[in-house]
Design a protein around this ligand. Structure first.
Ligand SMILES: [Zn+2]
Length: 117
């Protein structure tokens, strides 16, 4: 990776990070609003609880994404970006293009999904 590529990747990661944070903020707003609309009658209660769970889980996934992006930025600074954190091989550029904060190559990712990290 040359200096320009590092710079471009950094900008892309920072953009992604901002986009996720905006999604999280929007989900948290929606979640707060659900909690604020007074005392629901019994019929409404279960669906409201369900929606709050969905929103909560959504933002958990997104928080994990932010952590992944932060880790990718750190690896970029260390010159380890695009290298699999498990086997040390280079991660396929097509994979990095689709998911620029990938930590593992496809093979390792498949193993991890099957057998755990
Ligand atoms: Zn690997």
């Amino acid at each position: 990776m040359n200096k320009d590529e590092v710079e471009q990747t950094k900008l892309r990661l920072l953009q992604l990070r901002r986009a996720v944070l905006q999604e999280v903020a929007a989900a948290e707003d929606a979640s707060r609003q659900l909690g604020q609309d007074g005392v629901p009658d019994i019929g409404d209660m279960s669906s409201t609880t369900y929606e709050r769970d969905v929103l909560y889980n959504l933002s958990e996934v997104q928080r994990q994404k932010v952590r992944d992006i932060d880790a990718a930025l750190e690896r970029l600074g260390l010159g380890e970006y695009g290298v699999c954190a498990r086997c040390g091989d280079e991660i396929a550029p097509q994979r990095m293009a689709v998911r620029p904060f990938s930590r593992f190559c496809v093979d390792c990712k498949t193993d991890i999904e099957k057998f755990g990290e």
